[in-house]
Every structure is written in structure tokens, then in C-alpha cells.
Write a protein that binds this ligand. Structure first.
Ligand code: NAI
Length: 236
């Protein structure tokens, strides 16, 4: 069977890194994109050493031309794009209530979390329509379904990710493209560290609002992304 190909944006750290490794273990060609060439290339070498095909591409998801190049080059190298994981995102957390948030911070969140997700969906859908379909997984958040104090700007961008996902899912449902979102609770990664460092929360206070009384792990979420994105039928 022909190997399938996945792109994971922001794939060199945190949830994206665990997801990239998970797809590689399940036989996919893996394209990791991100802004930091050093960490990206280190991870692609680590994954290649397991026998999987893996490349890193330097991409800023706020730039439409970068996302177009990411998808074009992936299709050129591996023949087609099967799964696209729209994972790159920022919290933009600075411990401010709404009235104290800056417009500059919000613009960066909108550019990264909303427009970045939109660009990924737009060009992944165009590529998948040419080859008979695929699967897109967007990273939403519990912040995409609830109001959270000190996180108004992030919360609104993740609600937008949920909206884009719902519209994409119904628009392409009959054309072989599944579009889903994963909505993690608090996971111990750099994004959360930024919120803790900003003084918005402590690790204990975040854990206490989760029924399991612990933060999630990157593997918890990568498993959900793989379940959602995986295109190879399980034997029943
Ligand atoms: P992370 O900070 O380790 O990962 C985010 C990745 O996105 C980083 O590699 C970062 O460099 C990359 N990125 C940010 N801006 C970018 C840009 N303009 N262009 C390209 N890459 C860019 O944090 P984590 O937790 O792994 O986040 C992954 C996704 O999960 C994000 O979308 C985040 O909003 C979401 N999420 C995380 C939660 C958590 O508690 N950690 C909870 C809910 C959702």
C-alpha cells in the first residue's frame, strides 16, 4: 500500500512533536513545519533515524505564501497530501483582563491562530480535492468552548477555529475530506508555561479544575489527533 503523508504545523515542539512522532510510528511520511530551523531539523533527523521519511520546512503560518509553499513542496516530494494537522498556535497570554489587552497582541493572535488555521485549511483542501480526499485536524481548545479569565483574546481565536472546523466539515463532507478539531484541556507545554510565567495561573490551580486533577500530556492529545486524522481503516 502507498505510504500516506501528513503535515504537522508547529510540529517541532509540544503536542505537534508528539503527533509527528505518532504518525511516523504508524507508517506515514511526515512533514514538520515551524519557524525554528534548529529544533525542526533536530526532530526530523530523530524521526528519520527510526526509518520513517521526515522533512522539516521553515514556515510562518501567518504568511499565506509560506503555507502555499509548504503544501506545494509536500505534494511535489511525496505525491499527495493525506492528513493536515493545523497545530501551530500561540496563547498570547500576558495576564491581562480584556480592557487591558493590547491591539497588537490581539492582531498577532488573529494572524497566527485564525488566519494561520484558515490558510492551512484552504490550501490543504485544494490539494486534497485533486487526489480524492484526506483529513484535516485543527487544534482548538477548551478555550474554544468556554470563557476563561485572563484569556479573552486567545479564547476568541479558538472559538473561531471551532467555527472554521464546523463549516469546513459540512462543506466538504461529500468530497472525501473529513475535518475535525481536537480541544485539549491544559497540557504541559511551552504555551502553558507562558501563561504560568505571566502569573495568570499556577500549575496546581490549573490541575484542580480538571476532573483528573492533573495536567494532560502531549501523548494524550497526540493519540486523539491520530485517531481523528488517521486514514488507514482499522480491521474490525
Ligand atoms: P507549543 O508552544 O509547544 O507549540 C506551538 C507551536 O506552534 C510551536 O512550535 C511554535 O513555534 C509554533 N508556532 C507559533 N506561532 C507560529 C507561526 N506563526 N508559524 C509557525 N509556527 C508557529 O504549545 P502546544 O501546547 O504544543 O500547542 C499546540 C497547539 O495546541 C496550539 O494550537 C495550542 O493553542 C493548542 N492547545 C494547547 C493547549 C495547552 O494547554 N498546551 C490547550 C489547548 C490547545
Amino acid at each position: 500500500m502507498k505510504k500516506k503523508t501528513v503535515i504537522v504545523t508547529g510540529g517541532a515542539t509540544g503536542i505537534g512533536k508528539a503527533t509527528a512522532k505518532g504518525f511516523a510510528k504508524n507508517g506515514y511520511n511526515v512533514v514538520i513545519s515551524g519557524r525554528n530551523e534548529t529544533t525542526g531539523k533536530e526532530l526530523s533527523k530523530e524521526i528519520e533515524s527510526t526509518g520513517a521519511a521526515c522533512v522539516f520546512m521553515k514556515v510562518d503560518v501567518r504568511k499565506e505564501e509560506d503555507v502555499i509553499r509548504l503544501i506545494d513542496e509536500t505534494v511535489k516530494k511525496f505525491g499527495q497530501l493525506d492528513v493536515f494537522v493545523n497545530n501551530a498556535g500561540i496563547s498570547g497570554d500576558n495576564g491581562s483582563l480584556l480592557a487591558d489587552c493590547t491591539t497588537e497582541n490581539f492582531r498577532n493572535l488573529v494572524d497566527t491562530n485564525i488566519l494561520g488555521t484558515f490558510f492551512g485549511m484552504k490550501y490543504a483542501i485544494k490539494a486534497m480535492l485533486k487526489t480524492g480526499g484526506g483529513s484535516i485536524v485543527n487544534l482548538a481548545s477548551i478555550a474554544g468552548a468556554n470563557g476563561l479569565v485572563y484569556a479573552g483574546q486567545y479564547v476568541s481565536t479558538k472559538h473561531a477555529v471551532v467555527g472554521l472546523t464546523k463549516v469546513g466539515a459540512v462543506e466538504y463532507a461529500t468530497q472525501g475530506i473529513r475535518i475535525n478539531a481536537i480541544a485539549p484541556g491544559a497540557i504541559k507545554t511551552d504555551i502553558l508555561k507562558a501563561a504560568i510565567d505571566a502569573g495568570s495561573y499556577s500549575e496546581e490551580s490549573i490541575a484542580s479544575i480538571h476532573p483528573m486533577n492533573r495536567l494532560g500530556t502531549v501523548e494524550d492529545i497526540a493519540n486523539g489527533i491520530l485517531y481523528s486524522g488517521h486514514l488507514i481503516n482499522l480491521h474490525l
